[in-house]
Design a protein around this ligand. Structure first.
Ligand SMILES: Cc1cc2nc3c(=O)[nH]c(=O)nc-3n(C[C@H](O)[C@H](O)[C@H](O)COP(=O)(O)OP(=O)(O)OC[C@H]3O[C@@H](n4cnc5c(N)ncnc54)[C@H](O)[C@@H]3O)c2cc1C
Length: 394
């Protein structure tokens, strides 16, 4: 650049508006966190798809880690949830097991299980309480609607040039590194026979069992004796299971999981979801940034996807709030955000990928069982692992 050349204006002015694209928990959590960081609600536009979440998302149960629960509690009242007191990890047919317990770690619960739809409703209340506005996808931000009635897109002048766009639409797009696990998950709610032991309070057990075909998780739900099932296997095997009559499917589940919760029966019709890990290569540009599942979609083996996404949302809001406070340009905030997220993001992706892959290798099953036994004998290592699941890598 020559000396007298006009300096390039910053790509985004310090006071640019923030358009948040997405209708899921991460978009709403980010908008609320941003308000709490001092960004005025009228600078934030929430682009949301009209109507309730798609059924594949709405019926999903989510295990929120303690760290996520504490972050979201800052936004408003959270929905009824099942508090997790223990997580027991086993290898089917072999003796090894590891048990994480809230009491041993000195925390009120390891996490809380909620249904996706009820979490979204709670966050919608947070959005309304913060005075945030919705627009609809493709709108230019001029026409704002109330949270319950998104407005129609307007034609005419666009404010896009002054916008900072936060992608939280749950889709990573194509600039990704991808890992196919050759697995699908059968998702359903099941009823168990054995009432939880309430001798130690309301805390409930969660189970992760590594079977020959893939991981099987049973997460407690807020209703008594109800669990959410995530049962992974090859896509063909998952489809075969989904086509079975409920009693036949329950018998197969019983033989894969065992009898520790008594007789298992299906509460609803299972659905099958493909399992692929996708991670964007770049999560921030000059005027765009990607958070939640728009940045990375993980295998559900350790229930970490939304937990990572909520940390994305919280730290992005903090970087933008800090830039405002420092009178710094937002491009600096986005670069700082991308740097800040490197360790947690890469660590959580690597941990999840490893669990999904290593525990699917059949010849390693005796070693998997031994590893769990060894971990169970090492309280310090167990506590480190549990803290990473609860609060992420930092
Ligand atoms: C089987 C399974 C079990 C899981 N269990 C857990 C768990 O126990 N714990 C955990 O932490 N994570 C879990 N996850 C991951 C978790 O579901 C996701 O990480 C989380 O839903 C991501 O939230 P999000 O808001 O980023 O995206 P999404 O939940 O995908 O929401 C994005 C929303 O934006 C909408 N949208 C798309 N395009 C637009 C647009 N242009 N404008 C407006 N809106 C748009 C979409 O329709 C969607 O409703 C699980 C995932 C699976 C598959």
């Amino acid at each position: 650049m020559t000396e007298d050349a006009p300096s390039r204006p910053p790509a985004v002015s310090r006071r640019s508006r923030v358009r948040v694209v997405g209708s899921g928990p991460v978009s709403m959590a980010f908008a609320c966190f941003a308000c709490r960081q001092g960004i005025a609600p009228d600078r934030i536009l929430l682009d949301r798809a009209p109507g309730p979440p798609p059924p594949a998302l709405a019926g999903r149960a989510l295990a929120l880690s303690l760290g996520t629960w504490q972050l979201l509690a800052r936004i408003g009242r959270l929905p009824r949830a099942a508090p997790i007191g223990t997580v027991e990890v086993t290898v089917s047919g072999l003796p090894g097991r590891v048990r994480l317990t809230a009491s041993e770690l000195g925390v009120p619960a390891l996490g809380y299980v909620v249904r996706y739809a009820t979490l979204v409703e709670a966050l919608e209340r947070g959005v309304a309480a913060a005075g945030l506005m919705y627009t609809v996808p493709g709108g230019d931000g001029a026409n704002l609607g109330s949270p319950s009635t998104p407005s129609a897109p307007a034609s005419g002048s666009s404010t896009e040039g002054a916008m900072l766009v936060v992608h939280a639409e749950g889709d990573t797009g194509s600039d990704v590194s991808e890992l196919a696990f050759a697995q699908s998950a059968l998702l359903a709610e099941v009823e168990v026979e054995v009432e939880a032991d309430h001798a130690t309070g309301p805390l409930l057990p969660a189970h992760e069992r590594f079977t020959v075909a893939g991981p099987l998780a049973l997460l407690p739900l807020p209703e008594p004796r109800r669990y959410s099932l995530v049962w992974c296997a090859s896509p063909e095997e998952s489809q075969r299971r989904a086509s079975l009559a409920p009693e036949a499917l329950a018998a197969e589940l019983q033989s894969a999981f065992g009898w520790s919760l008594g007789r298992l029966s299906f509460w609803n019709t299972p659905i099958v979801a493909p399992m692929v890990r996708k991670a964007r290569r770049r999560i921030a540009g000059d005027r765009e940034v990607w958070i939640g599942n728009a940045a990375q979609a993980l295998h559900p083996v350790a229930g970490q996807g939304l937990n990572l996404g909520v940390r994305d949302a919280f730290l992005l809001a903090r970087c933008l709030g800090q830039a405002d406070a420092d009178h710094a340009d937002e491009t600096v905030a986005l670069a700082s955000y991308a740097r800040t997220r490197r360790l947690d993001r890469s660590g959580t992706i690597a941990l999840t990928d490893t669990l999904a892959r290593i525990f699917s290798i059949r010849p390693l099953r005796p070693l998997q069982s031994l590893t769990l036994t060894a971990l169970d004998l090492m309280p310090a290592a167990r506590a480190t692992l549990a803290r990473q699941f609860m609060f992420g890598f930092r």
